[in-house]
Design a protein around this ligand. Structure first.
Ligand code: NI
Length: 154
């Protein structure tokens, strides 16, 4: 496994639309393993492939119990609304207030190519939306109602 470099805001790779994964091969599995290790080291709850410079529809989300591997994920259901703080490993030292669905159901493939349906509520639902947005070149700052600089500036 390897620690990958997390791309930061300003790099145009974060603004590109990712392509679907056509074939889940060893390279994809290695990418998933490396993304997991990279996210754990950065203490993140989610990471999308474009954040490590790969324009493929792959994301991982830590739901508190396990790290979900999402290949070609799609939101199939959204319920209720939450508003709260959101941050991104590609925008260190910042956070913003973002409205998201409270409950989100996702359909995706796992590394074995099996179709999975996963449900998330609260922070996990927020992470699902945030990471899937990354796959379309969208960042939370595009929809944040307010930004907060955590560097201590008033
Ligand atoms: Ni992010």
């Amino acid at each position: 496994m390897a620690i990958l470099n997390i791309v930061k805001i300003g790099d145009e790779v974060l603004r590109k639309k990712c392509r679907p994964v056509e074939r889940i091969d060893k390279r994809i599995c290695t990418l998933l393993d490396d993304m997991k290790e990279t996210m754990a080291l950065a203490s993140g709850v989610g990471l999308a492939a474009p954040q490590v410079g790969v324009l493929k529809r792959i994301a991982i989300v830590d739901n508190g119990k396990e790290v979900l591997e999402l290949i070609n994920p799609e939101i199939i259901k959204e319920e209720e609304v939450q508003e709260g703080y959101e941050a991104c490993l590609s925008l260190p030292g910042q956070c913003g207030i973002v409205k998201r669905p409270l409950k989100v159901t996702i359909k995706a493939k796992d590394r074995n190519g099996s179709e999975i349906t996963v449900f998330g509520e609260g922070l996990t639902a927020r992470a699902f939306c945030h990471e899937l947005d990354h796959l379309d070149g969208k960042l939370y700052i595009d929809i944040a109602s307010e930004m907060i600089d955590e560097s201590g500036a008033e």
